[in-house]
Design a protein around this ligand. Structure first.
Ligand SMILES: [Fe+2]
Ligand SMILES: [Fe+2]
Length: 208
């Protein structure tokens, strides 16, 4: 694929992500789980947590797109594209779950997408080892974050929990594959900076 085709595909993906057009290749892990009786507050809380997760997945789309544009090695590109396809499932699953819970996606999605795209492209420009390092660390933090959500979701809400758990398993796989491809280890200050940014993003996205 030549760079212009790649750019057009990238723009298409950006518009779809921000416009909320998602297609999952795999059924949602929550699909066959029955809906629990939830109190109004619990439902709103679950919808807000899923909005945060959906923003995370919007950012994942942007990161992977940004990185795919700059990655050097063809085999690394294929691994990135494979993970990006699974992230598309996450995007669709979380959007679907928000809707089922009566919530709405973040109003700031175009902003989140733009920011994450720039970060992904910047990491990509530093070379594949750092590109993969950034990816591995992102996936690790997302995995931890989803574990935190499993603690914060009410125990009866098995349907939301199944979606979060399904995503968490994939993120662990993405981290392992980035490491297997030769990711460098991120310096501690950068990890902390990523955590701080994620904190701002998750706090804002819980409300807006
Ligand atoms: Fe994901
Ligand atoms: Fe992931």
């Amino acid at each position: 694929m030549n760079p212009v085709d790649r750019l057009i595909l990238g723009l298409d993906a950006a518009l779809r992500t921000v416009a909320g057009v998602h297609e999952a290749a795999r059924p949602s892990p929550g699909e066959s789980v029955p809906e629990a009786e939830l109190a109004e507050g619990q439902r709103a809380h679950a919808a807000a947590l899923m909005r945060v997760n959906h923003v995370g997945e919007v950012c994942a789309q942007a990161l992977y797109q940004g990185q795919a544009l700059t990655v050097r090695s063809e085999s690394n590109r294929e691994a990135l594209e494979r993970a990006a396809r699974e992230e598309q499932d996450h995007l669709a699953w979380s959007a679907e779950r928000i809707e089922e819970l009566g919530g709405r996606p973040s109003l700031l999605n175009p902003l989140w997408y733009g920011g994450a795209f720039v970060l992904g492209a910047a990491a990509g420009a530093l070379g594949d080892r750092w590109n993969l390092a950034f990816l591995a660390e992102t996936e690790r933090q997302v995995e931890e974050h989803l574990t935190g959500h499993l603690e914060r979701l009410c125990a009866e809400d098995a349907k939301t929990r199944a979606v979060v758990e399904g995503m968490r398993l994939d993120e662990a796989k993405h981290r392992q594959s980035a490491m297997a491809l030769g990711a460098a280890e991120m310096p501690e200050p950068l990890k902390l900076a990523m955590r701080a940014m994620a904190k701002v993003m998750t706090t804002v996205a819980y409300r807006f």
